[in-house]
Ligand binder design. Structure first.
Ligand code: NAP
Length: 341
């Protein structure tokens, strides 16, 4: 068996992460084991380290954080036919909810659920692919799950236009970069918000219009932009995004629902639906396989889906994860920090 190493969080709020031996865990029937070559860093990773039980009360320690991996399949469970040893893949590591160390990203070998992993084309680097899983999964949870916006599923080539328009608040975030592309591939027009320096970026991903969320007039401008359109609802991404999204959908005709990647500051008004997203919930329903099995492999291979935002490699090796998390805490713009292994 290969020898494994991990960047452990030994107890709540301990820093730095401790790099030491970890068990190598073989795959279960419907799982694969991936030798990680690149790891994406997400805000929830530093938040779990910093906030501990205050927000993540289910976590038992020691644990291995991290959601985003890209690497090479080294072992395949007996019930898996989609993958072979040596395949290049990306996938969502599920430790955030399972709390099993074998399922954390921040180690040399991670056990992935086969239906939450996708092959990646030879043109896409491991670093480039590692930006995808949590951003993609969170966006898909908000857009496609029945208890959320329940949009029709994406396809490549994109579905014919539905005639409906979705508001993606926070289009230049990792989650937003995926929400824009998924919604467009599903046949929806997308109106989004970002800093003006990222307008070209979000339009390249498929948004038809972009508005500056720093502007005092942003809500009024969005309400005007939705005039004459049928709203498919909104996905609210970023601190403080829930309240303005509620205002816009309340004043637009169409679906009155906001999928919330961040919690709202107050109760939703009557007549407006909304629900907080858990970015890994799609593993338990039809949306997970619809994205990771049916949609993503083809869309990445034919170039219709971009692994976005761009990867910025901020370290090499498990020892550099702590530095990467500290950098991420200061904020990024249309960029994902990645560790190569
Ligand atoms: N509920 C879940 O399951 C779940 C899962 C993943 C993430 N999240 C949350 O979703 C948010 C985005 O996560 P991420 O990893 O996608 O973030 P990220 O890519 O690290 O976010 C960076 C981006 O945030 C944008 N931004 C900053 N403040 C904003 C605001 N108030 N409204 C809209 N955009 C803002 C910036 O846009 P500009 O540079 O264009 O200004 C920047 O491009 C975070 O708050 C995260 O905690 C929730």
């Amino acid at each position: 068996m290969p020898s494994n190493q991990a960047a452990w969080l030994p107890a709540q709020k301990v820093r730095p992460l401790e790099v030491k031996t970890a068990a190598y865990t073989p795959p279960g029937e419907k799982e694969i084991v991936v030798k990680n070559h690149a790891l994406g860093l997400n805000p929830v990773d530093w938040a779990r380290q910093d906030l501990g039980d205050a927000l993540f009360s289910w976590t038992k320690y020691p644990c291995i954080l991290g959601s985003d991996v890209a690497g090479e399949v080294v072992e395949v469970g007996s019930g898996v036919s989609r993958f072979r040893v040596g395949d290049r893949v990306t996938g969502l590591a599920l430790e955030l909810t399972s709390n099993k160390p074998s399922e954390g990203a921040f180690q040399a070998y991670t056990v992935l659920a086969a239906h939450m992993a996708s092959p990646i084309p030879s043109t896409l680097s491991y670093e480039g692919a590692s930006v995808l899983p949590l951003g993609l999964s969170t966006a898909a949870c908000g857009l496609f799950q029945k208890a959320y916006l329940a949009l029709q599923l994406p396809s490549s080539p994109p579905k014919p236009a539905t005639g409906e328009t979705l508001l993606v608040w926070g289009g230049s975030t990792s989650v937003g970069s995926n929400a824009i592309q998924l919604a467009v591939a599903a046949g929806y027009e997308v109106i989004t918000t970002a800093s003006p320096r990222n307008f070209v970026y979000v339009k390249k991903l498929g948004a038809s219009q972009a508005f500056d969320y720093h502007s005092e007039a942003v809500v009024a401008d969005l309400i005007t932009a939705f005039k004459g359109k049928t709203s498919a609802g909104a996905i609210a991404i970023g601190e403080g995004s829930g309240d303005p999204c509620v205002e816009v959908v309340a004043k637009s005709s169409g679906k009155k629902f906001v999928a919330l990647a961040n919690p709202p500051s107050k109760e939703l008004p009557s007549g407006i639906g909304g629900k907080f997203i858990f970015g890994s919930d799609l593993k338990d329903n039809e949306v997970g396989p619809a994205i990771y099995v049916d949609f993503l492999p083809k869309a990445l291979a034919d170039g219709s889906y971009i692994a976005a935002p761009d990867a910025r490699v901020v370290g090499n090796g498990l020892e550099s994860i702590q530095g990467g998390l500290d950098l991420l805490k200061k904020g990024v713009s249309a960029m994902k920090y990645v560790i190569s292994l």
